[in-house]
Design a binder for this molecule. Structure first.
Ligand code: WTA
Length: 630
């Protein structure tokens, strides 16, 4: 693996990656196992967009995650699984055991009629079988589409249909803290009117469920009928590896498509270098595999590096808010990667939950998913990192596939609340709203990327035009991230947050249009407008302005019904934190809602509303302010 282990090496690599990007990536790619070497490193344009990395290269990513390590690391731990309930035993897999389990499930999928190119939906709890199922798909060239277990049946149904999934893999139920999530029931509801070839069900809790004859099969029965030898399918570097749905500024979530070769090279390279992983380290990323962080830094990045990865089924606050620290001491975790929302919530429970733990094994700590505020940064660094662990604040997105801007642990200097410098191979630029490049430091602008990197989004599934419009059309010649950023006097980047209609709630991306569509399903709702507001734990909360047909007789009841509606259509993560009933919304003459005004009111910042003269009816603003419960 390509290993940058000093500041000089970072600077040399960065320079090389800009001056000779093809040679730079060529070299990194040669540290992986390819069945056939690529003919060209990169063929691209950002207009269509059309991005091809490692053209005509042939490989299978699971040979790189598993087979390649069997020679020297067969008995090395690949996975440590910590269950929800601390009284239940942990489970481990060596590389040899994981290789066998993946091969066996790959044979199971084949037996269920899954072929190369078919899409498989994984709606599962955080159990080893989720990771095994993902790798089994990759082994036979099927495309996995993991759907986060917190999504509702309706949201799951939409995703199954959009990707045209042939089969679904799930569990009877999932465990998160004291809650049991009826996953199989949700799958049944989601697939009631869809023709699914089969549903493979892992028995996790023993909850009684209904098995549909000729469609549903138990995981344990299915695997008992096949052996654990499965030749990996030869894939083209640009063959699809997975689809992952994420929210954008338009109503419907988009299926972000990642391909095999580039995703492998980039996640392997970034995992090694950002976390400065050393052989034998135990790496723990607390993300759910339903999000991109889990794909890149629980599954692929670590396994490509023959790392030992810890996977946790539960939540940080159950049975008590010291669960994370307990797990770190129990399994001697060396690298801990989590989200600001988790840090803030644990911080709110008080220092006494952390202080008793030694946390001696920790060497590196990391953060991802949203801007980390100063206070949370200091607390995390001081109480968890004991002032000695470098804290890497990693900026990236579902669309970027891997970390883009971050310190390299122990190498780059750290600045609280700054992600820092771009990794070698990443070319960020700041643009003004007209699309001019902002040169120099101490500037703020819209964050774009000027040159391709191997794990970048290739398309949105079935909707290439939308991919172009969303990411490449705003500023021709650039990939537009949707984030605003500041570059300080040292060239360090600080991510300010989304500039589009996406809210980042507890690190979960939620499109305002999606929530509005769900609210509007309520019989008494005429129209709604949703914005984000600062929330002490979640980072951002959801504020909904709702116009009703008839004034609600019981506002609390209507609020409750709206919340239920959103939970049913999207999932509990998208429930509004605040709902304000209004008579009108601030609209321009062309009918566009001026969200800037609604954001200010939601923040309680009503002193200076700026220019409201372009509004159709400026008096609406005063009425909303008067009715604001803040
Ligand atoms: C935000 C998660 C500030 C950002 C990997 C981005 C961050 C969105 C950071 C992507 C960070 C992610 N500092 N903001 N270190 N990391 N973000 O697709 O707004 O779930 O656009 O990917 O999260 O969220 P996504």
């Amino acid at each position: 693996m390509y290993y940058i282990n000093s500041l000089e090496e970072y600077e040399r690599s960065y320079k090389k990656s800009i001056e000779e990007p093809k040679q730079f990536w060529d070299y990194i790619a040669t540290t992986f196992y390819w069945r056939r070497k690529w003919e060209q490193t990169l063929v691209w344009n950002f207009e269509e967009p059309n991005i091809n990395w490692f053209v005509s290269g042939k490989l299978n990513i699971t040979e790189n995650c598993l087979d390649r390590h069997l020679k020297d690391h067969a008995n090395h731990l690949a996975l440590i699984w910590e269950p929800n309930n601390p009284n239940e035993n942990s489970i481990t897999y060596t590389y040899a055991e994981l290789h066998a389990a993946v091969s066996q499930f790959a044979n199971t999928l084949k037996r269920q009629g899954v072929y190369k190119g078919d899409r498989v939906c994984l709606y599962m709890p955080m159990i080893p079988e989720l990771l095994i199922a993902m790798l089994a798909c990759a082994r036979i060239g099927a495309v996995h589409s993991v759907v986060f277990g917190g999504f509702s049946a309706k949201a799951l149904r939409e995703r199954i249909l959009d990707a045209g999934c042939k089969i679904v893999v799930t569990a009877d139920a999932g465990l998160r803290g004291h809650r049991e999530i009826p996953m199989k029931e949700i799958v049944d509801e989601a697939t009631a009117d869809i023709d699914i070839r089969s549903v493979i069900v892992f028995k996790r809790t023993g909850k009684p469920i209904r098995m549909q004859a000729e469609r549903d099969v138990w995981w344990h029965d299915a695997i008992s009928q096949v052996d654990s030898v499965c030749e990996a399918e030869e894939m083209d570097a640009e063959d699809m590896l997975f689809i992952l749905y994420t929210s954008g500024s338009t109503g419907k979530p988009k299926g972000v498509v990642h391909t095999t070769g580039g995703f492998m090279v980039y996640t392997g390279y970034t995992f090694q270098n950002v976390f400065q992983y050393q052989s034998g380290d135990v790496f723990w990323c607390t993300a759910d595999i339903g999000w991109v962080t889990g794909h890149s830094y629980i599954v692929y990045g670590p396994l490509l590096n023959a790392a030992t990865v810890l996977m946790f089924e539960g939540i940080p606050t159950w049975p008590n808010p010291d669960r994370c620290w307990q797990i770190i001491d129990k399994h001697k975790v060396n690298i801990f990667y989590t989200a600001p929302t988790a840090i803030r919530s644990l911080m709110a429970h008080g220092d006494e939950w952390v202080v008793p733990y030694k946390l001696e094994s920790l060497r590196v700590i990391g953060s991802v998913g949203e801007p980390i505020n100063h206070e949370a940064w200091e607390w995390y660094h001081r109480l968890v990192g004991k002032n000695k662990c470098p804290l890497v604040d990693t900026w990236w997105q579902t669309e970027t596939g891997g970390i883009m801007i971050s310190a390299l642990a122990g190498i780059s200097s750290l600045k609280p609340s700054f992600a820092g410098l771009p990794l070698p191979g990443v070319q960020p630029v700041l643009l003004d709203t007209k699309g001019n490049v902002i040169e120099g430091n101490n500037e703020e602008g819209l964050l774009c990327i000027a040159f391709p990197w191997p794990a970048m989004i290739r398309t949105t599934y079935g909707e290439h035009e939308q991919c172009k419009q969303n990411y490449f059309a705003t500023f021709p010649g650039y990939y537009f991230t949707g984030d605003g950023a500041k570059r300080d006097e040292d060239g360090y980047y600080r991510i300010i947050g989304r500039v589009d209609d996406v809210i980042n709630v507890s690190g979960h991306r939620i499109g305002t249009a999606e929530v509005e569509d769900a609210i509007n399903e309520h019989d008494n709702v005429v129209e709604s407008a949703v914005v984000g507001f600062s929330h002490p734990i979640k980072g951002q909360g959801i504020y909904a302005y709702v116009i009703c047909n008839q004034p609600p007789a019981d506002t609390n009841q209507t609020r409750h019904e709206i919340n239920e509606m959103v939970t049913r259509i999207i999932g509990p993560i998208a429930r509004p934190d605040k709902i304000q009933f209004v008579n009108g919304l601030p609209k321009t003459r062309s009918g566009k809602i001026m969200r800037r005004i609604l954001r200010k009111i939601a923040e309680g910042d009503t002193k200076n509303m700026g220019d409201t003269s372009t509004l159709l009816d400026p008096s609406v603003v005063d009425t909303i302010i008067a009715g604001n419960p803040n």
